[in-house]
Design a protein. Structure first.
Length: 202
């Protein structure tokens, strides 16, 4: 996939978000060289930009159809490698696209809570991310974005200049066997959110 638009967009946004949010990061050494899923807390509309800022490879984020299918934006999303999913479920076509992306050695970006928090507190993770990681046999890198809720909460019209820190944690190996059962998916989803919470609080 040609990534000219991805790098051009990142090149424009990087100095803006760095300066406006005093953006900083830790734990970049935990990002593997191969395929993986990066999973962050969802506190603002700019979480994707914060998570992608310190990753030196393109991230193929998932996006709900509600936003992906907006007129005039679908073609741009497609060029960026964004993967559309149904709200609350991952249909077969999306699963195939996610698995193919990981099989190519790329990075998939998800926000496992599914929705932007309204009060700044973490929400439960949807188990789909665990199922995908298990099927693809790739690790999940938890990411805690601190300060995003204070900078740009869901109902705010414009972002505010507040410091934001992005913390990448040690990868979670879900194990293909555990990720296939409902109980295993639920347990691992809880563990993922616990790790994200720890990174947000550090």
């Amino acid at each position: 996939m040609a990534d000219g638009l991805y790098w051009a967009l990142k090149g424009v946004l990087t100095p803006l978000v760095d300066a406006y949010f005093s953006l900083s990061a830790s734990g970049r050494e935990h990002l593997p060289a191969g395929p993986c899923i990066v999973a962050g807390n969802h506190s603002s509309l700019l979480d994707w930009a914060f998570v992608a800022r310190f990753v030196d490879r393109p991230i193929r984020f998932v996006l709900t159809r509600e936003f992906y299918d907006q007129r005039g934006l679908t073609a741009i999303y497609r060029r960026l490698g964004i993967i559309p999913i149904r709200d609350g479920a991952i249909e077969l076509s999306a699963m195939r696209q996610l698995l193919a992306t990981l099989e190519r050695g790329e990075i998939v970006g998800v926000f496992p809570e599914g929705r932007i928090t309204r009060d700044g507190r973490l929400q439960p993770a949807q188990p789909g991310v665990i199922a995908i990681a298990g099927r693809a046999d790739v690790p999940i890198v938890p990411v805690g974005v601190r300060g995003a809720f204070e900078a740009f909460p869901r109902d705010a019209r414009l972002p505010r200049p507040r410091p934001v820190h992005v913390a990448y944690g040690r990868p979670l190996d879900v194990g293909t066997a555990d990720a296939r059962s409902r109980d295993g998916q639920a347990r691992l989803a809880d563990e993922l959110m616990r790790r994200i919470g720890d990174l947000c609080a550090a």
